[in-house]
Ligand binder design. Structure first.
Ligand SMILES: Nc1ncnc2c1ncn2[C@@H]1O[C@H](COP(=O)(O)OP(=O)(O)OP(=O)(O)O)[C@@H](O)[C@H]1O
Ligand SMILES: [Mg+2]
Length: 246
């Protein structure tokens, strides 16, 4: 079953003198449990498309169905509801609150959630989410006390805490070294194995090879869409470990 379905969507940004078609007549279907890489050169429309998929930005034309619901027909309130229930976001620059512990950063989305959880439940859910990303022992650290890779793990835990159906990640490994990148991708692959649908923007073909499908944008249009046999990040990490041991 398609989790999201785009039909001929376009997003035009207008300034006084010019109009830019950031996304231009894009149609695609993503099924549940896919792990997709979105690629393309700078300015090709990747972030604009991600923002549309995440219900953060409006379409100029076309239709977007998210689990069969027409996002274009929703009001602000319905949009924020569906965002909170369905979608988790991860960004290149982590977007964590400074001077706020990992635990509090992860609790935040639940404070805005409509789930009506008690304080105790919120705390438990946040701890559980930090454990999933391997940070159970760092919950009281603030972002400046964590490495880049650890900060990205906190951001992933924050994205997961609302139990989304889709994870949207815009260059999540763009600021990380190659081994930390593998560790983050390993988390994504495990989450994907457990059924999470993931869309990830990346510039790096090596990173895209860890996904099962590669979509390439150019000037706002899809120019290629191919299935891929994913490389296992866990295997790559194991190879590094063996090399360092010998
Ligand atoms: N808020 C905006 N107002 C006007 N133009 C915009 C806006 N956001 C993006 N654009 C334009 O839309 C096009 C696509 O931008 P977008 O940020 O989606 O590209 P991208 O593929 O994510 O690039 P990068 O790899 O550099 O992050 C660009 O030409 C950009 O200048
Ligand atoms: Mg971008």
């Amino acid at each position: 079953m398609p989790i999201l379905e785009l039909n001929d969507i376009t997003r035009v940004y207008r300034s006084e003198s010019i109009a830019v078609k950031a996304v231009d007549s894009v149609s695609m279907t993503i099924s549940e449990k896919e792990f997709v890489a979105l690629m393309g050169s700078s300015g090709s429309g990747k972030s604009t498309l991600m923002n549309i998929l995440g219900c953060l930005d409006k379409l100029t034309s076309g239709t977007y169905l998210l689990m069969g619901e027409d996002v274009g027909k929703m009001n602000k309130n319905q949009l924020s509801g569906i965002r909170n229930r369905m979608i988790g976001f991860v960004f290149q620059n982590f977007h964590l609150l400074p001077r706020t512990t990992a635990l509090e950063n992860v609790e935040l989305p639940l404070l805005y959630s409509r789930e009506k959880l008690s304080w105790k439940e919120i705390r438990e859910r946040a701890k559980e989410s930090l454990k999933i990303v391997g940070l159970g022992d760092r919950i009281n650290h603030t972002p400046n006390q964590l490495s880049g890779g650890q900060q990205q793990r906190v951001a992933i835990a924050r994205a997961l805490v609302t139990k989304p159906k889709i994870l949207l990640a815009d260059e999540p490994t763009g600021n990380l070294d190659s081994k930390t990148t593998l560790e983050i991708i390993d988390i994504f692959q495990k989450l994907n194995d457990d059924g999470l649908t993931i869309l990830m923007v990346t510039h790096e073909p090596d990173v895209a090879n860890f996904t099962g499908r590669q979509i390439v944008l150019s000037d706002g249009k899809i120019i290629s869409d191919k299935k891929n046999k994913p490389v296992s990040a866990a295997n790559e990490l194991e190879k590094i470990r063996l090399r360092n041991d010998s």
